[in-house]
Write a protein that binds this ligand. Sequence first.
Ligand SMILES: NC(=O)c1ccc[n+]([C@@H]2O[C@H](COP(=O)([O-])OP(=O)(O)OC[C@H]3O[C@@H](n4cnc5c(N)ncnc54)[C@H](O)[C@@H]3O)[C@@H](O)[C@H]2O)c1
Length: 324
Amino acid sequence: MEIKVGIIGTGRISNVHINSLKKIEGVKIISVCDIVEEIAKKRAQEIGCRFYFDYKEMIEKEKLDAVWICTPCDTHTEIVLFCIEKNLPFFVEKPPALKEEECEKVIEKLKEKNIPNSVGFMLRYDLAVEKLKEILKNEKVIFISAEWFWTIPLVDSIKSKEKAGGQIVDQAIHFIDLIRYVFGEIRSVYTRRVRGFFPEEKLYTGDDASCTIFEFENGIYGNLLCTYSLFPEITKYYPPKIRFICKKKLIEYLQKKLIIITSDKYEEFIWNEDPYFLEDKEFIESLKMGDMTLIRANYFDSMKTLKVALSANISMETGREIKI
Ligand SMILES: NC(=O)c1ccc[n+]([C@@H]2O[C@H](COP(=O)([O-])OP(=O)(O)OC[C@H]3O[C@@H](n4cnc5c(N)ncnc54)[C@H](O)[C@@H]3O)[C@@H](O)[C@H]2O)c1
């Protein structure tokens, strides 16, 4: 069985998915679409497929089995709603939307029509996360501490907090999702932030740093430190990480890596498999088998993650703790 795929948005992240999809047996990329004509044409030439400048035209004309939506976040909802209307399975990059009301509209439609869908929280497919989830079942977690230090976004569409949601909604949302996935639900968030250190960055409207406290449903607390104030190379020396402080044990998660420290042992475990590839492979597999249980982050669950991230934004605006 061949799965015929269309790609909507052929910018930065689409390359990652295109490369994965090319490696998966039984997948054919039929067409790509981008509103910037040169980008669409160039990508189509590289793949050897048709190109469009209007996603609606592409969906109407091609007989696709699924689309990968790789456009900026503020376009996700209208494209997702069109896919549902056309009964077309979709993978949508994170964050699923910019506002909770948008997600609610989508969920209402998905309740009427159960269209297969997957949201780009690829860390759920990281084999290190699989192992972490298993380990945490037998641990008493006392505190969770996450950090994501980076630079002002390199892509213009993400520089604007109004268009992309800011660092927590666009980037650290991966960690909020991961923590929910391996540990449990968040009951409330309280966030403080600083901004205004980069007046020379004309397109940038985000926060320069923020500090969030989470309260989990089981009563423990965690924090998340974010900054866009550094430089792209920082992740080479200081990669984004989550530390699970357990009884007499520290477990640190870094992408594709776990470090476990006890009083008498320091252990490192590394996995080579690419979580983006595994994420795409599982969605294709689920379409082939008609088995949606293979999808680890569907739209319904992803909305809960988005709600936590958006609540952090509300908290930093209002100075109040926000109950989820
Ligand atoms: N999962 C991850 O690790 C990860 C990493 C990077 C980006 N992303 C997400 O992927 C999405 C895209 O980010 P990016 O960095 O690739 O952005 P980008 O700006 O590099 O690419 C987006 C592309 O979409 C095109 N586009 C915009 N509106 C369109 C429309 N209506 N129809 C067709 N094409 C349209 C743009 O012209 C652009 O080429 C965002 O939601 C972002 O948060 C996820």
